[in-house]
Write a protein that binds this ligand. Sequence first.
Ligand code: PLP
Length: 409
Amino acid sequence: MMDAFRFVPPAGTPISVADLLGSIGAALISADTLMQFKEAVRVRVGVRYCDFVSTGRAGLTLALLALKALDGGKRDEVVIPAYTCFSVPSSVIKAGLKVRLADVNPTTLDFVPSALEKLDGSRVLAVVATNLYGLPSDLPSITRLAHDRGIYVVDDAAQCLGGQVGGRPSGTWGDVGIYSFDKGKNVTSIDGGVLLTNSDQVAEAIARQVQVLPKCRMSESASHLAKLLVYAAMLHPRAYWLPNSLPFLGLGTTAYRTDYPLAQYDSWMAPVGHRLFARLDAITAQRRANADRLKQLLPWGPLLDPVLPGLDAVPAYLRYPVLIDPDYRDAVVAALKAHGIGASASYPTAIIDVPELSEQLRCEEGGTRGGQAVARRIVTLPTHGYVTARDQERMAAVVSAVLVGERRK
Ligand SMILES: *Cc1c(COP(=O)(O)O)cnc(C)c1O
């Protein structure tokens, strides 16, 4: 039986009343919840330096500005995957640098290694790996290929907090790492970004950028608090149909924009962020278990392919990505939504097809056909803590009904 008022959001992290009350308590008892949160992140992933800023986009922009300053402004290109979150190219442009695309392999969503082997270290400042949907990119190889050519590496783990590759937490590879505490990320404080590094030199360059950032405005803090309450109440599948029909939270939308502020982290949001972060292992284990179950249930075949994590990767599975034949993809997403599942075709285009960027892109000779194929085929399924076994059975049944034409439920 379908429940007309159940809608499973595409992404998010459940926040309970106990979390809200506990966060208020923590804010009242302790003056320095932000410092405690920072220290918890730093110790947990084992890095020497950790700074918090307003958003993940701000963090990535500031990381690139720091690397640019270290380089003395000599090199101005940043290599990013041909298919990724639009925040990645917008951060490059906002840092006053140029976007160079390297193609991705649809089967892994990671860089095609040969696209990185050709990189010219005299023009390319940095490579940004983006660990999409919580599947760790092959940072051991990416770091080796880039460092051999004198190119910096940014491990953008905005979607992969809790994942690891080659025995090391995602976000701690390369020269700088990034996490995000946005609403649809592994854990959230509504907004927030983290910069991580083990290098004294890079840490100093980041500190110079972060020191001069304006404080979060009171109006912004008030807006965060309001969004936190709405988010906590509305993420539940019994309530989500409401915000889903109102674009208030902007969940699941993707627009290319560069007008976001570079500012300090909102310390009012630290208690709730810290509280969820303390549960990261349990939150990630649940997403992983949900991904494993989907892998068992989905009707794999010629029209439906899995995305495969690397052999030495432990994914965080922020969402569960699959590749569907382009002739059926939109029908599958529509059918899932009609059955109360917040499936998503994720980012609407490959980066090369973002209209705002059309004049500003450089590509590797191999082109970006892999990235464009992903944009035509990808669907992501929700893995968060509100997803039930019944929801998952429904996801598999709806996908089979569209692809195989035999409705089982
Ligand atoms: C979400 C995201 C960002 C930006 O983080 P925000 O906190 O939303 O600004 C950067 N990179 C990637 C890969 C992301 O998914």
